[in-house]
Design a protein around this ligand. Sequence first.
Ligand code: AG3
Length: 294
Amino acid sequence: MSSGGRRDDWLSERQTEGVELSFRVRRWLVRKTTAYQRLELAETHDLGRVMALDGRVMLSERDEAFYHEMLVHPALLAHPSPRRILIVGGGDGGTMREVLRHPTVREVWLVEIDGEVIAAAKEHLPSVHRGSFFDPRARVEIAPGEEFIATHGGEFDVVIVDSTDPVGPGEALFTEEFLRGARDALAEGGVFAMQAGTPFYWSEELAQILRTLGKLFFNVRLYLGYVPVYPSGMWAYVLASERDLLAEEENFARRYAERGLETVYFTPALGRAAFVLPRFVEEIVERALKAQPA
Ligand code: AG3
C-alpha cells in the first residue's frame, strides 16, 4: 500500500483529514520501514523523484530548490561571515548543498537521526545533494539533533533546522527544550533558521513556534515561500537571532553578489519581499509575539 493511497501507482499524502495530494508513480525506488519511519522514494510522472517520510512529502526534484534556497539563503545572508554551520535533519543533502554555495563556509555539520534517509538520498537523489556529502567541508553525524546540540554550545554561526512537520514524529524538534539548545549552539551573533509548516492549515502550530522563539530570541522574523508539493503550497520559515535581522536584510544583495551565489528561486529582492506577509499571517505573528520584547 502506498502512503494513504488507494492504488499502487500513486504516492499520496493526506495533508489534512479532508485533503490529499497524489503523485502518479512511474517506478518505486525505495519502500521500506527504517528504525524511525516509513521511507518512500518514487520516480513520478510529473515531478521527478519524490521522497516521503511517514507519508509526508519531503521533496520533489522539480521544486526542492524553492524550499532549500529559501531555508538557507536568508539565514546565511543575514550573517556577515558564516563559517561554521549546523543543519539538523536534512538527510537528503539539499540544504547542505545550498549552504556550501557560500564561500565563507569552512565547515558544515549535518546531524540526521535516520542514516537510511542519507543512504537512500546518496543512491537515488544525486540531483538533490549534488555531491555535497563528499565536500571536504561536510561533516555528517547520524544522531538525534537534541543530543548533538547538548554537547556543542556556542559553536555555530548559523543553525538550520530542516525537519519534518511540527505535527507528528518531527515534534521533538519543535519543543522549547530543543529550540533553547539550538539557540545555545549558536556563537555570538549567530542566526537560527527553521522551516515552520504552513500558516494555511497549521496556524496554531505556527503560533506555538513563534511564541517559543519569542521567549528565546530578541529578534524573530517570519517569512514565506512557495513550495508546490507541500500542503497548501504556502510555506513558512522563521529566522531568529540577537542580531538586528531587519537591518541585515539590507545586506542581502551585496552579500549575494560578493559570494557569487546562483539560485533558481531566491533573489535578494525576493528574500526581502518574503518578509512582507498576507494579513492573515501578520495576525498570527502579531498575536503570537504580542507581549514579548520587540
Ligand atoms: N523538510 C520539510 C518538509 C515538510 C513537508 N511537510 C509535508 N509534506 N507534510 C523537508 C526536507 C527537505 N530537505
